[in-house]
Design a protein around this ligand. Structure first.
Ligand code: IFM
Length: 768
């Protein structure tokens, strides 16, 4: 596939699209998303509506409308536009009385800009630009210009349209719209149908060029509109408008906040609002940008992915998750999976540490949901939800996919057997501790999670008396095609790690913060015998070892399954949308796996020899379908560790373009799973920093094992490690680390296992 079939590159921050085809609306709406962690406004044209998947997803608005899928709600659209020139409607679809002459997205500032011409009204041109503000998270600002107007009658229908695109809705009811003619503000109130969250969408606007000759208010059941007759000024009409959204979860009185913001933003004007917004991004990029020299396409793709990982994160809150599709649409319920800790988080750990902390605090605040899940299933401690929304209660329906051939529901066990999400969270807490040095967080928040996860594992793990070892049976590892397996190596190793870290902090607190430990012991009623049990389990848990060929078996008896490839299985499909996994899909009785599993173990734990890495990479690679967007970046990291820079680069191509070239299915087993693959986006940071630069972190500190593909001349990235800032430059045969002048300590680190020290303001350059 060629990228030019999808887009062209304007420069290293700007992507351009020539002509939109109907079949691309779903994925471009996501790719060109304006977002800020609070809301996501899809990249659709102003004149479009739900038929073209226009939507604005609002965080913290979980609602269950169809009895099955609890998901985030979409706000009514306050940028609704209907333009009529001499009575003729412009730019609607499918008539398409518009030629898009320029469609541009700027990933530096998240700015969507398009130019269109009318096909029938000669010369008439529209330029429209919008952004979701990082200065005021409730705002989407828009500048809409109509030019080359030749004495025509111009009618504009503006307003707030509550008839929105929903995957499993409708989520809103009780619409009430008002127009305040004094302030020139419209608003539409509604509430979610099941969770009863009030939602207010407001619109303020002013004409910068042109004059309103006539105005009429039109109320519809779910919408409120203004019909404007406008006189152009020097052949031009220019409109500035602000869409503001508040929910009852943001403010006690969302209406007054929305009106206040609507007024304020109108006063400030588009240009000022844009400057304030851009200033926030400038600060973000100082930490989070990665520069790729030598390949403009790859540079743009990297920034596309970083942008999407950033806007998916609700950095403003410690109570909200990063959705697996961010806020690009309602798929995957706007909720966190293990993706959050293992894929989205690493970039924040070494850049915007506060955001990383918020993400982990979210897991602290959702402990009760995890406790409930454990209890409901007969376990103790914290069994985190496979799909976790605001409360942490399990959102994953028992019947996730359906058999598209029979139409029958499939009882997937993601919710009750995919237990690795709990130790994955412990793993992330440990890494946060190493990267930030923030012991305070661990003592006040992290330790409770670590202990409750250890408690859960204790209750979940079985003792096999015949083998004198602890085992984890009836599982789902990262590879989701094989459900109901025993001793998934990834899960067993992660569980041992989680137990060890719980024990480590228990004794650290006992020695250094005995009072804090005592308080926690009392709070969660922890007994010493439990800690002794964790110790025993961590020593006797079965950890599948490399065999005579250095291979680690993914789970018990995996090697006995039919040995074939994904290509062969493709030919066995009856329907292209068939689900490949449990209980009867084409992959179930074969060694074909959906995604990195043993390889995922290697990216997280550096405990195996190079021979073991090589043997397993070569074995599992041809058996991996990469049916999950999480997979390629993890293979890439291991490829780079093995010095296989070009293979890492091949995986970069697979991973970085998943959304840009829409390579992954939008529907699987009858369920819509389209939208931005935020784990793949976060995976790009890992691929470059942990892969090409070979960065690892452990108790001794940071280490690097750099290697670079031929296509890239140089890679520059920034690190924020234990509150000290560094700039890394990776060249074809060189690696340089520079410490910021303001750092208050010397850094000790290693490259290719040789130790270096780095003083503030100095650099260390290594040739290899
Ligand atoms: O968490 C992933 C899982 O590993 C594969 N299926 C999609 C989920 C959400 O991204």
């Amino acid at each position: 596939m060629n990228y030019e079939d999808f887009f062209s590159i304007k420069d290293d921050w700007n992507l351009q699209i020539e002509g939109l085809k109907e079949e691309q609306f779903v994925h471009y709406g996501s790719n060109l998303l304006c977002g800020n962690g609070y809301l996501g406004y899809r990249g659709t044209l102003d004149e479009w509506d739900k038929e073209q998947y226009q939507a604005c997803v609002i965080t913290d608005t979980y609602d269950l409308a169809d009895g099955k899928w609890k998901e985030l709600s979409n706000s009514p659209n306050a940028l609704t536009t209907e333009l009529r020139v001499d009575g003729q409607k412009f730019g609607d679809y499918p008539e398409q009385d518009q030629m898009i002459t320029e469609l541009n997205f700027n990933y530096k500032y998240g700015i969507f800009r398009r130019k269109s011409k009318s096909k029938t009204v000669n010369d008439l041109e529209i330029v429209s630009e919008r952004f979701a503000s990082y200065d005021n998270l409730h705002l989407i600002a828009n500048n809409y210009q109509i030019s080359k107007i030749k004495k025509k009658k111009i009618e504009l229908k503006l307003g707030i349209n509550g008839d929105v695109w929903d995957l499993n809705g409708p989520h809103l009811e009780n619409f009430k719209g008002e127009y305040d003619s004094q302030k020139n503000i419209l608003y539409l109130k509604a509430n979610t149908v099941e969770s009863k969250i009030p939602l207010v969408t407001a619109l303020s606007f002013k004409l910068i060029k042109g004059k309103i000759k006539n105005l009429k208010v039109e109320n519809e059941k779910k919408s409120i509109y203004l019909l404007l007759n406008i006189e152009a000024e020097a052949e031009k009409i220019e409109l500035e408008r602000n869409m503001i959204v508040y929910s009852g979860n943001d403010r006690e009185n969302p209406l007054s906040s929305a009106i206040k913001d609507a007024e304020l933003t109108l006063e400030l004007g588009y240009q000022k609002l844009k400057e304030k917004h851009q200033a926030v991004w400038d600060e973000k990029w100082k930490l989070m940008d990665i520069e790729i020299k030598g390949n403009l396409l790859d540079q743009l793709a990297v920034r596309f992915n970083l942008y999407h990982n950033i806007i998916a994160a609700p950095a403003h809150s410690e109570h909200l998750p990063i959705g697996a599709r961010g806020l690009s649409c309602q798929a995957y319920q706007g909720a966190a999976f293990w993706d959050q800790e293992i894929f989205n988080l690493p970039m924040f750990l070494f850049t915007e540490t506060e955001t990383a902390k918020n993400i982990l605090k979210y897991r602290y605040h959702t402990l009760n949901g995890a406790r409930k899940k454990a209890k409901d299933l007969g376990y103790e401690g914290a069994f985190y939800a496979w799909i976790s929304g605001k409360s942490g209660k399990e959102l994953c329906p028992s019947f996730f996919f359906k058999d598209v051939i029979s139409g029958r529901k499939i009882r997937n066990h993601f919710n009750d057997w995919q237990i690795h999400v709990s130790p994955d969270i412990s793993y992330a807490i440990w890494n946060y501790y190493l990267a930030s040095g923030d012991l305070d967080f661990v003592i006040n928040y992290g330790a409770e999670i670590l202990f409750e996860v250890a408690r859960f594992l204790h209750s979940r793990i079985h003792f096999n008396q015949y083998k004198d070892q602890y085992e984890i049976i009836r599982l789902l590892g990262p590879d989701e095609y094989h459900e109901n397996v025993d001793n998934n190596a990834f899960t067993n190793y992660q569980s041992q790690f989680a137990l060890k870290k719980a024990i480590y902090f228990y004794y650290k607190m006992e020695n250094e913060y005995p009072e804090k430990l005592q308080q926690l012991i009392e709070k969660i009623q922890l007994s010493e015998s439990e800690v002794t049990a964790w110790q025993e389990i961590s020593e006797k848990i079965y950890l599948p070892q490399p065999d005579q060929n250095n291979l680690i078996e993914q789970f018990d008896d995996y090697f006995d399954l039919e040995d074939t490839t994904a290509e062969v299985l493709e030919n066995r499909l009856i329907d292209q949308e068939e689900y490949w996994g449990w209980p009867n899909g084409v992959a179930v009785f074969t060694q074909v796996i959906k995604q990195a599993d043993i390889i995922q173990l290697f990216t997280l734990h550096d405990i195996f020899s190079e021979e073991v890495l090589t043997a397993n990479y070569d074995y599992y690679e041809p058996r991996t379908q990469h049916g999950s967007s999480l997979s390629p970046s993890q293979y890439a990291v291991v490829a780079a560790r093995l010095g296989r820079a070009e293979e890492c680069y091949d995986y970069f191509k697979k991973s970085a373009f998943i959304d840009l070239m829409s390579t992954n299915k939008a529907v699987s087993g009858g369920t819509f799973i389209g939208g931005i693959h935020t784990a793949a986006a976060g995976g790009i940071w890992q691929l470059i920093v942990n892969g090409f630069a070979g960065m690892k972190i452990d108790k001794r500190g940071l280490s690097f094992k750099p290697v670079l593909c031929q296509d890239w001349k140089e890679v520059n990235f920034n690190l924020n490690y234990q509150d000290k800032k560094f700039k890394a430059v990776l060249g074809q045969n060189s690696f340089k680390l520079t410490a910021a002048v303001e750092n208050n300590e010397i850094l000790k680190f290693s490259v290719f296992e040789k130790e270096y020290t780095l003083k503030p303001g100095k650099e260390v350059k290594i040739k290899f």
